[in-house]
Design a protein around this ligand. Structure first.
Ligand code: MN
Length: 255
């Protein structure tokens, strides 16, 4: 199946669900078809090393100053994110997932087979693990992507500045709690979007679909101690701690 027919099929599943029901397809068939189609079967990221357990933070709690303060980082990592990891482990046990056979990315792809607890905590755990990896201490260099990713960003969004504006707008515009994303979509096109709560673009049920390259947590717990209601200031300052090397490696790893 070529990309066009894949996209057409996705559009069909997305936009004609009601017509499909009228034609006799059942409610249970449509999500499973969409999920099979949209999750693991047509593109993969190699070397996505996000595992089921929480990994050590790759820098000190105060490393991201002045963009993100140490107390926020400590509470965020050791309380919020740790709870997602623990609750994911509990859900995996309760729902009989063999983590030796089912990777976390595959679990996310088929998330509608599991409980709401699994959805919230598998997403919450993956999202935070990626979030920590894609940040680093601010350097003296101007933080921009390099090489192949830079070319792709310029091709998709015309310029790095235009990309940052669009990503920032997605982060500002996410109502309530959620995440902003840069993902590589099914047709290898870079996409910007956001997800509510702890949903993730690897989930078959997510409106935004693709391989996550970069994410930004816009839950209030990620910024409230320092920024209170000023989410836009948090977003602006966060750009100074993006670890473009990691984002670049993820982009290059998608096959
Ligand atoms: Mn968070």
């Amino acid at each position: 199946m070529n990309n066009d027919s894949k996209n057409n099929r996705r559009e069909f599943l997305k936009t004609t669900g009601k017509a499909g029901l009228a034609a006799g397809l059942s409610l249970t068939v449509l999500p499973s078809l969409a999920e099979k189609y949209n999750s693991k079967n047509y593109f993969r990221i190699t070397g996505d090393d996000i595992s089921y357990s929480q990994q050590p933070l790759p820098y000190a709690y105060d490393a991201l100053l002045p963009a993100i303060d140490a107390m926020t980082m400590e509470i965020h990592y050791s309380k919020h994110a740790a709870a997602y990891a623990k609750n994911l482990a509990d859900a995996v046990t309760a729902e009989g997932v063999d983590t030796g056979k089912t990777s976390l990315t595959d679990l996310l792809g088929g998330i509608s087979k599991y409980s709401v607890k699994m959805r919230n905590n598998a997403g919450g755990h993956y999202n935070h693990e990626l979030f920590w990896k894609t940040m680093k201490a601010p350097g003296k260099d101007i933080p921009v992507p390099a090489e192949s990713l830079l070319n792709a960003i310029e091709k998709n969004f015309t310029s790095v500045d235009a990309f940052k504006t669009q990503f920032s707008d997605a982060a500002k515009g996410r109502f309530g709690s959620g995440w902003a994303w840069l993902v590589l979509g099914a047709d290898k096109k870079l996409l910007i979007g956001s997800t509510p709560n702890q949903d993730n673009p690897l989930m078959g049920i997510s409106e935004l679909k693709g391989i996550p390259l970069l994410c930004l947590d816009v839950w209030e717990h990620a910024y409230y101690l320092k920024y209170q209601n000023r989410r836009p200031d948090y977003i602006t300052n966060w750009w100074s701690v993006v670890n473009w090397d990691v984002v670049q490696k993820r982009f290059d790893a998608v096959k």
